[in-house]
Write a protein that binds this ligand. Structure first.
Ligand code: PRP
Length: 185
């Protein structure tokens, strides 16, 4: 049963689950057993951070923390201005930090975060992004772990919202144009 506003499912829960498992495997291979700090970027990366953490081996040394940023406000277009709404609680100096993002679009959010976090002198800083929308990139940012190539459409689900709705969908979906009309006009 889909919400009426959903036009189609782009990635099912099973496809997302497999991708999260693949990314966890890549993280293990690349970090070679070093302790890591997953830094989830809320609100969008809520589900992804939780699932990624559980996909890592149980004996891995993993810390989890969150930052809250926003650039989209309540609409469907990025404002281009990234705001730090809530900082992380843990110090990151000397740690192997992995930024966990649900989606990258123009890249300004990740560019801002990488700049901010690098200035705090982590032992290493990597980025893990589940959905990649490479069509409107305004900032060239390194991404060590990439999940799925996302179509150039407004997408919701698995943490991503439209006006704070649809984050709870277990899949990634495209919204009907009509649902976005008020914003596009
Ligand atoms: C979304 C998403 C990323 C960012 C990516 O966050 O979670 O953080 O936009 O966009 P960009 O690459 O164009 O900068 P949003 O500002 O919508 O906040 P939210 O995570 O609370 O939904």
């Amino acid at each position: 049963m889909f919400p009426l506003e959903v036009e189609s499912v782009l990635f099912t829960a099973e496809e997302i689950d497999r991708t999260v498992g693949r990314l966890a495997g890549e993280i293990v291979a690349r970090t070679a057993g070093a302790p890591i700090l997953l830094l989830g970027i809320l609100k969008g990366a809520l589900m992804f951070t939780a699932d990624l953490a559980r996909a890592l081996p149980a004996d891995a040394t993993v810390e989890i923390d969150f930052l809250v940023v926003s650039s989209y406000g309540s609409g469907s277009r990025s404002s281009g201005e990234v705001r730090l709404l809530k900082d992380a609680g843990e110090r990151i100096e000397g740690k192997h930090v992995i930024i966990v993002e649900d989606i990258i679009d123009n890249g300004l959010t990740l560019a801002y975060l990488q700049g901010l976090l690098r200035s705090r002198k982590p032992a290493s800083l990597q980025s893990c992004v589940l959905f990649d929308k490479p069509y409107n990139r305004a900032a060239d940012v390194p991404i060590e772990y990439k999940g799925l190539l996302c179509p150039d459409a407004f997408v919701v689900g698995y943490g991503l919202d439209y006006k704070e709705r649809f984050r709870n969908l277990p899949y990634l979906a495209r919204l009907r144009e009509e649902a976005l009309c008020a914003d596009i006009a």
